[in-house]
Every structure is written in structure tokens, then in C-alpha cells.
Design a protein around this ligand. Structure first.
Ligand SMILES: [Zn+2]
Length: 279
């Protein structure tokens, strides 16, 4: 992985030279649905903010390091974006991150369903949206993220990958190969934000864990829930069992999704790669 040091472009008014070689940018080119971070290695507690395309992301401490990371929505506009690092209200570093295209630009019209199903879908989507809106600002986790199932294999590849074509839609998560009633584990610490009995929608039984920092993990097509809304979750806790609930689901598998900055849907594979490299 490239770790690119970036340089001070701004002099502070007082004339103090800020030594900022401890900042690294994990990627300078990202795809749609990708994840990148700004690291301050060995700088735990020395907080900063990263601003990217109008989104301000606060850093947090993880181990010895201070870290801020940003998810690129799968529909994000392609092209260059400036990432600015701000410390104590002052701009200390500036760099450019380029978003390259990964998915076709347009989605076709949504598949039409009968009125009852359409209403169920609408209700479920509203509940999911509200759950995401309530994500805590501060991180509710203190360690790196892990996959929710014991052995990670993409189900029915390539159709199980993020961004795979589903008629007029894109697949906005990954399908993990699993057997019926396999244990689903929380990918990190957090709080149960939604227990959704959505059997009459495409999602099926859905669990959402809020990890704070605008990060939410979502688990779909579940058979049983092992937790309830508001429960505080420890990393790796058994939270549900794999199922095949939801319309159009033919075989048991876990549809797993990640949202960052509350509403940026990113590729869970990219998200986990970020943590692999961070370890
Ligand atoms: Zn899926």
C-alpha cells in the first residue's frame, strides 16, 4: 500500500513552522465506494479534523495513533477533491484525493411492486434512514473492525459483490456465504440501532449496529435476532443468526452493508481492507 507523506502548504500567522511529517494519507486515488484515511502515527490524543468535499470528519485515537477516515459514497461525483487537515482551527496540511469511476453513472427506474409490498418497502426504508440519522458522533468502538462471519467467502460470485448489477439496481452490500442459523457477530463495539422485522420486503429481517462516528453496520435476511434495540454491543458479540428472510431470497446467506458519514454506502470489502492494512 502507498503511504504518501504530504507537505505543509500553509504558514501559520505566528510564523511557527509546524512539523507535520507524522501525517500520512492512505490513498491518493480512490474508487467510488472506497475508503481512505488520514493517520497520525504515534499521535494518539493529538486531535485534528479532516475536511473532504465539505464533510468534516474528526479524528479519534486508536491504539497509539490518531486517525480520521472517510467513506466515498458509491454515487460520489468523480474527479479531484481537496482534503484539508485542520488542527486547533488552523489549516496545517492540504492534499488532493482523486475519485475514479467504478460504477456506471445512472441507475434505471426502480422495479415496481404491488401496493402492499411497495408500502412495506417504504416503511422499512424510512426506519433504516432514521436509524442511520441517529448515529452517535463519537466512536463507540476502541479496536479495529472484523468480518461478521467466521469464514469469509462471497456468495454466488460475482453477483454477491458490491456493485453487481441487479436488473435496474446495484447490489449495495456483499453477500457472505453462510449456512442457515450460522452465528452473525458484531463487526465491532457499538449499540443496536434497529431490529427490523422486514420479512415482507427485499431486506428481510434486518439488524443495524451503530458504531458511532457515523459508521453503521447492517445485517440482512436474518433468521433470529439475539439482541434488542438499545443494547450495548461488544466486538464479536453474537447478535443474530443467518437466514433467508426477505422477498426474492432463495438461499441462506448474509447480506452485509456498511455506511459511513451516516449515509455514504461503501463497499464492505474496501472497508475491511482499510482495517487489514491498519493492523
Ligand atoms: Zn445481497
Amino acid at each position: 500500500m502507498k503511504r504518501v507523506l504530504f507537505f505543509i502548504l500553509v504558514f501559520l500567522a505566528c510564523g511557527t513552522v509546524v512539523l507535520a511529517e507524522d501525517f500520512t494519507l492512505t490513498k491518493t486515488a480512490v474508487e467510488q465506494a472506497d475508503v481512505f484515511g488520514v493517520m497520525r502515527r504515534g499521535g494518539a490524543g493529538k486531535s485534528f479534523q479532516a475536511i473532504f468535499r465539505g464533510d468534516t470528519v474528526n479524528s479519534f485515537s486508536l491504539g497509539n495513533n490518531e486517525i480520521a477516515f472517510i467513506g466515498i459514497h458509491y454515487k460520489a461525483k468523480i474527479g479531484r477533491g481537496r482534503v484539508s487537515i485542520v488542527e486547533n482551527g488552523k489549516l496545517v496540511l492540504d492534499a488532493v484525493v482523486t475519485i475514479v469511476s467504478k460504477f456506471p453513472k445512472r441507475e434505471g427506474p426502480a422495479t415496481s411492486f404491488n401496493l402492499t409490498i411497495a408500502r412495506n418497502i417504504e416503511k422499512a426504508h424510512q426506519a433504516i434512514k432514521e436509524a442511520c440519522e441517529r448515529s452517535a458522533t463519537a466512536p463507540l468502538f476502541t479496536e479495529v473492525f472484523h468480518w461478521p462471519v467466521a469464514s469469509v467467502k462471497i456468495h454466488n460470485e460475482p453477483h454477491g459483490y458490491f456493485g453487481a448489477s441487479r436488473g435496474n439496481r446495484y447490489h449495495r452490500g456483499v453477500d457472505l456465504e453462510s449456512d442457515l442459523y450460522d452465528t452473525v457477530r458484531a463487526v465491532n463495539g457499538g449499540r443496536v440501532q434497529l431490529v427490523g422485522n422486514f420479512t415482507k420486503t427485499l431486506e428481510g429481517n434486518t439488524l443495524i449496529i451503530d458504531h458511532g462516528y457515523g459508521i453503521l453496520s447492517m445485517y440482512l435476511h436474518l433468521s433470529n435476532f439475539l439482541v434488542k434495540e438499545g443494547d450495548v454491543i461488544v466486538p464479536g458479540q453474537a447478535i443474530a443468526t443467518v437466514g433467508k428472510t426477505g422477498l426474492q431470497v432463495v438461499r441462506p446467506h448474509l447480506h452485509f452493508m456498511i455506511k459511513m458519514q451516516r449515509f455514504s454506502t461503501v463497499d464492505p470489502v474496501k472497508f475491511m481492507e482499510f482495517w487489514e492494512e491498519y493492523k
